[in-house]
Design a protein around this ligand. Sequence first.
Ligand code: AMP
Length: 190
Amino acid sequence: MAALHLVILGRQGSGKGTQCSLLVDAYGLIHVSTGDMLRSAVAAGTELGREAQVIMDAGNLVPDGVMNGIVAERLSMPDVVEHGVILDGFPRTPVQAEALEDMLGAAGTPLAGALNLDVPVEVVIARMLDRGRVDDTEEAIRRRLDLYESETAPLLDWFRERGLLTVVDGLGSEAEVLVRLQAVVDGILS
Ligand code: AMP
């Protein structure tokens, strides 16, 4: 059977990171987080890292062409080809989504689905205020969430139009949310 290729979407504070690692354990997928890849490039001081740092510090998006190149290279690596992938943080724009469709189409492994882990804005704000990080003022949190909303709304439509989007209720315990996500993935696999 062809390896599974999934995208996960969700607001900051939705529990997406935790659920990604649980899904990796459950299905043997490779977790590819573009935010993590960029942070590693920044830490390693590569040319990409130096360019990305300025953009990330300003809270902007790294250009689509750069991101599409990084992801195409990562998806062609043997671990992803063999085990499949859960993409986290990519695509972030409809242009990236089109590029992903082309990459996976060319590889003969079309995208199986996009899971949107849905947690209401007021709940993620309360969760982030609760963890008490200094950069987590209510104003900063709202600014990051507003950016997510404006970036992501067109993407949700893009996936929905292609019949790829499933919205999963992200409220509840980690185990409860995992059961819901697994029901969707099992449905895709069956
Ligand atoms: P994240 O950890 O996914 O929130 O990503 C951290 C930062 O990396 C974002 O604020 C962007 O500046 C950059 N970034 C990550 N993924 C992408 C992407 N797919 N397109 C553009 N910029 C990205």
